[in-house]
Design a protein around this ligand. Structure first.
Ligand code: GCO
Length: 479
């Protein structure tokens, strides 16, 4: 017998089958009542039908044509064939009980030349997808730029061209006019940091450039202006009140203990702009949310950033938005070093890693959103989190991805702590609904809740998806 004043909590955490085997438990609703549970994907990674229906080319089509650019020469030409199979995929999402699905629009599918004449067939696909989601009780969350810039615009200079901000505005207006009666949640850019860093500095992603640092900064600057143009266009074109955000990725620096000095070092580490790459958050989110470039970043980039911090451009970037999206996968642990400076504490030998070799750092889902909320005072949505793991269909026909369940449970636990600590975190999207085309890694990394056999396009719902369905149903109570 249990004393009636104490809740019975069966210690079944991280047991893949816990939700089925627990006999005595009081399900505790651990997340806020209106917490949004979803999953995400992006156009080029799943749609396929790359050369059908009047779609124009994107920089990713061009990049995949380069020898050795993508592992095994894989391309997104067919991907998960989602364009033809979206009804079945939405049926799976419904079965899992997703509240929301984050999709992206393929810019060249709706505007083959990037601007100008719209492609009715492309728009019609997104009409049907959005309608199917709504009929399934799933809110569509639409990202406009998830990296597939139309080749026609790249040939005009891409993000290096100052006009790119206006191109994005035109594109956003078209999509908001068409879908805005049914879509209320918009994300302008997905991880401009990664697009600029890997696409314009290291050249390992499309468009495969290795520009000077000055040019990288200019391209990034225009993406932020493009964000501002898109915000204004969506608000003007949307026939209903809508919510708009921007999604960033950022390496969270997490404190190794909760000593205030360690937390302060982690905060500094998280908010530091490293002039050697573009992965910081403040370089991007400060202009967008606060209307200024971070002073420390301007100093670190020196003359390469000359002229960027001008009032007119910052005013374009700094439009009122409703939330910040964060894609968080990994992080580092820090302690306070000399003068309180953040000092990275190396992971121990054998620290868990995913098949991407990314260290498993659940604390990143606590401190990343916590520090972002603290700095920007906007609601935060985790627009991506997940892992690549070694999944295959077992002899019993199922996919037993215990690692994904444990990973996600650990990260969600930490996310819940951030909420308990007072951060305004409104939702979580798992990356990804389907195994898909993982950019330069091709199909070698499986991130899905649903397994895809690329030869037959057969979908197999993984154990993690069934577990995630229970997380959603219990609002985190089964964690
Ligand atoms: C990204 C993307 C996704 C990736 C995911 C796993 O930012 O890289 O938004 O497209 O597939 O993050 O790497």
């Amino acid at each position: 017998m249990l004393p009636s004043s104490l809740p019975a909590i069966v210690p079944v955490r991280h047991d893949p089958a816990s939700f089925r085997t627990a006999e005595i438990r009081i399900v505790m609703t651990v997340f806020p009542a209106d917490f949004l549970w979803g999953a995400a994907a992006a156009a080029y990674q799943i749609e396929g039908a790359a050369f059908e229906g009047g779609r124009g080319r994107s920089v990713w089509d061009d990049f995949c044509d380069r020898p050795d650019a993508v592992k095994h020469g894989h391309t997104g030409a067919v991907a998960c064939d989602h364009l033809h199979r979206f009804a079945d995929d939405v049926a799976i999402m419904r079965e899992l009980g997703l509240h929301a699905y984050r999709l992206s629009i393929s810019w060249p599918r709706v505007l083959p030349d990037g601007v100008g004449a719209a492609n009715e067939t492309g728009l019609d696909f997104y009409d049907r997808l959005v309608d199917a989601l709504l009929a399934a009780g799933i809110s569509p969350w639409v990202t406009l730029f998830h990296w597939d810039m139309p080749s026609a615009l790249f040939q005009r200079g891409g993000w290096l061209n100052r006009d790119s901000a206006a191109w994005m505005g035109e594109y956003a207006e078209l999509v908001a006019r068409r879908l805005g009666d049914r879509v209320a949640d918009w994300i302008t850019l997905n991880e401009p940091q990664v697009y600029i860093d890997l696409g314009h500095r290291t050249g390992t992603h499309a468009p495969g450039l290795t520009l000077s640092r000055r040019e990288q900064l200019i391209a990034g600057h225009h993406t932020m202006r493009a964000h501002g143009h898109a915000v204004r266009a969506i608000r003007a074109a949307s026939p209903q009140p809508c919510r708009i955000g921007c999604t960033a990725v950022g390496m969270a620096a997490c404190p190794v203990d909760e000593d205030p000095a360690t937390i302060e070092a982690a905060r500094r580490g998280t908010n530091l702009v490293d002039p050697g790459n573009h992965f910081s958050n403040p370089w991007w989110l400060d202009p967008i949310c606060l209307g200024r470039y971070p002073e420390q970043g301007l100093e670190a980039f020196g003359a390469d950033a000359d002229g960027l911090a001008n009032d007119a451009d910052l005013a374009e970037m700094h439009q009122p938005i409703d939330f910040i999206g964060l894609n968080i996968y990994q992080g580092r642990m820090v302690r306070a070093g000399v003068d309180g400076e953040p000092e990275t504490v190396p992971f121990g030998v054998g620290h868990p890693i995913t098949t991407f070799d990314w260290p498993v750092v659940p604390e990143a889902l606590r401190w990343g959103p916590y520090f972002a909320h603290e700095r920007y005072r906007l609601p935060v949505y985790i627009t991506e989190n997940g892992l690549a793991s070694m999944d295959w269909v077992a002899r019993d026909g199922r996919v037993h991805d215990a690692n994904r369940i444990d990973f996600t449970a650990r990260y969600l636990d930490e996310l819940h702590t951030a909420i308990a600590d007072g951060a305004d975190i409104r939702g979580y999207f798992h990356w990804s609904i389907l195994d898909n085309f993982e950019w330069a890694e091709g199909y070698t990394k499986r991130f899905g809740l649903v397994h895809v056999d690329y030869d037959t396009q057969k979908r197999t719902i993984k154990d993690s998806a069934r577990w995630y369905a229970e997380v959603i149903r219990s609002n985190g109570g089964c964690l």
